[in-house]
Design a protein. Structure first.
Lengths: 337, 282
């Protein structure tokens, strides 16, 4: 694996050539920052902050076809997932989220749709220099220059970008750009460490997560769940745009004599999510649903996969229309008897 | 070992026989199905207690317990209550029609561990469907077990599933059947009352016995209480849970009861596993 420098004057050529590889990068689309396809000739600008829609949407689309079927036809037609892609400018928290979600989609029954897209994607991360309002990645095992889930880590050194190959896939991509890159010296790597430390020091929000997974089972009936869910509207944004939320619904769509079975994002914050056909609902109110959301991320996932299913990106707190704040919930969990 | 292939693609199966177990708005219909692909017929194997996603293309899928025992070879049986969109579409199917099946999913009753023991099933309504494979399995391997007692009830005699099978089973050596209905009917020769009360009436000894219960949540709650009164240990009591499911393979998220996924960790649980999971009986 190598560490290379990309002088900034080579950036247009670098991204121009990447554009031929089915490139996605952060862009404003309809006023929302998300990963969008980059065409040859497009300018790619990596500014501060993160996308509103996490890059999970490229690996686990909001709606996707599982298979198609038609009346009178034997068998089912599978969608082709065969196009390699490069994701440029993924923040370390969102890449960590992919590594966390990988565990679920690889567990026992492999999910061929997600895993195929994951395999075909090369993830180029961008280390953070300025935290957003509610970033708290350093509280949950991440950091501004964390490499988990990435193939290449990119660090803005001012006059150039440092590009570190982290996986064979990432290294192979870097090898294709040798003509634009120079070997990075020890000073560049030192500068990277220094920048990462400075960025981490700027993160204002934190919570000590030690002991939370162990404490949660004992807080099942604690009044905190009523308190923290009282304002909830059940809109589900905290889950839809969470980079580790992976729950989905499966529905059939039919038009004429043909149809498709598709899956789409679903949310544990919705009543329908767990409602039985009989009308009985094991999680009848937002109190139970909020409790499940926090337990799933901070207890059940830890039980099953050994890691907290939260990367501290702050989206749930940023986007909640009634200002429910995950860090506040976690602090209440810590403070509960 | 990893499960290979695309787990979301169902197999097609043809319904070879179908009949109604009960009548009414929420009637229960039993389907006997055979896979269309001979290779699937060959490779399919399930254990008592497992479930399958059955469905109709264009409508959807539901997780239904496989109500036939692996000892009943050559077909699968499902008993389905007409309740929602998918089950209503399934009820419209007749012999010769196709449905889709994928699975089998979940864990199963530990029938090997239970060898040498007396098996006691306590069912209510459609809850007898997941218990049927254990009943049939034990009946087919009677020499391995110390006896089989079945307690089963429903609201009315018309709501009892597998009536003929109970009558047949009662004739077998080592098998005891106790039936109940909630309110008296003319000519009803068996118990009148709720299943938990019938359990106390029968008053089975916990000695060398495994009790398995399935039915409406309220029934399960009182059956568990009564089994404790009869001195059954938590490890001697089993139940099979259900929750709304979409994928059946531990991905879609919704079927968890606390940290347990009903589809993967269940549906079969001992009371020892569940008693500290508050959501299990929610």
């Amino acid at each position: 694996m190598s560490a290379m420098l990309l002088p900034k004057d080579k950036w247009p050529e670098f991204t121009g050539r990447l554009a031929g590889k089915n490139l996605f990068a952060p862009a404003l689309q309809g006023g929302i920052k998300k990963f969008a396809p980059v065409a040859a000739g497009d300018t790619v600008t990596l500014d501060e902050g993160n996308t509103t829609v996490p890059p999970k949407a490229l690996l686990f689309p909001q709606t996707e076809t599982l298979f198609r079927f038609a009346e009178g036809e034997e068998g089912m037609e599978l969608p082709a997932i065969d196009e390699a892609a490069v994701l440029l400018g993924v923040r370390p928290c969102d890449a960590r989220a992919m590594a966390i979600v990988d565990k679920l989609f690889r567990w026992d029954y492999e999910d061929p749709y997600y895993l195929k897209r994951r395999e075909l994607a090369t993830i180029i991360g961008l280390a953070c220099s300025e935290p957003c309002l509610n970033c708290f990645c350093t509280s949950v095992g991440g950091g501004p220059a964390s490499t988990e889930g990435l193939d290449i880590l990119m660090v803005d050194l001012g006059e150039s970008y440092l590009l570190e190959g982290l996986t064979d896939k990432g290294q192979a991509l870097l090898d294709e750009f040798k003509d634009l890159l120079q070997e990075a010296g020890a000073d560049a790597l030192q500068r990277k460490e220094q920048l990462a430390q400075e960025a981490a020091a700027k993160i204002k929000r934190s919570v000590d997560t030690a002991g939370i997974p162990e404490a949660l089972p004992g807080l099942w009936e604690d009044p905190l769940w009523q308190r923290v869910s009282a304002a909830c509207l059940g809109c589900g944004i905290c889950t839809y745009l969470c980079p580790t939320c992976h729950c989905f619904d499966i529905q059939d769509e039919v038009e004429g004599a043909a149809g498709r079975r598709c899956r789409m994002w679903d949310s544990c914050m919705y009543a329908e999510y767990t409602k039985h056909t009989s009308g009985h609902n094991p999680r009848p109110t937002r109190r139970e649903r909020t409790r499940n959301r926090i337990n799933h991320k901070y207890s059940y996932y830890v039980d099953k996969f050994g890691v907290i299913a939260c990367v501290g990106c702050g989206r749930c707190s940023n986007l909640c229309p009634v200002n429910i704040d995950l860090i506040d919930i976690l602090r209440q969990v810590k403070a509960a008897p | 070992m990893k499960n290979q292939g695309n787990p979301y693609i169902p197999h097609t199966a043809t319904i070879v026989d179908t009949w109604y177990e009960t009548g009414g708005e929420r009637c229960i219909k039993t389907f006997k199905v055979v896979f269309d692909d001979p290779a699937v017929r060959e490779s399919w194997s399930h254990r008592p207690g497992q479930c399958a996603m059955i469905g109709v293309l264009g409508v959807g899928e539901s997780m239904i317990s496989i109500s036939s025992s692996p000892t009943e070879e050559g077909y699968l049986r499902f008993s389905v209550m007409k309740a929602g969109k998918v089950t209503t579409a399934l009820h419209q199917l007749e012999a010769g029609d196709k449905m889709t099946v994928r699975g089998p999913y979940g864990n199963s009753f530990p029938v090997e561990e239970w060898k040498g023991k007396k098996i006691l099933t306590i069912g209510g309504g459609i809850g007898q469907a997941p218990l049927r494979p254990i009943v049939e399995y034990v009946k087919a391997n009677m020499k391995d077990y110390a006896g089989l007692t079945m307690i089963y009830g429903a609201r009315t005699s018309g709501d009892l599933c597998f009536k003929n099978e109970f009558a047949e089973a009662a004739k077998c050596e080592g098998v005891c059947c106790h039936l109940s209905i909630d309110v008296a009917e003319e000519g009803w020769p068996h118990y009148v009352g709720f299943v938990p009360s019938l359990l106390m009436e029968v008053s089975p000894s916990p000695e060398n016995t495994i009790a398995i219960t399935c039915g409406p949540p309220i029934m399960i709650r009182f059956v568990l209480e009564n089994l404790k009164k009869l001195n059954f240990a938590d490890e001697q009591i089993y139940t099979t849970l259900e929750n709304r499911m979409k994928c059946g393979i531990g991905k879609c998220g919704r079927c968890n009861a606390g940290h347990l996924y009903v589809c993967k960790d269940g549906p079969v649980f001992s009371y020892a596993q569940l008693k500290n999971v508050p959501e299990a009986f929610a």
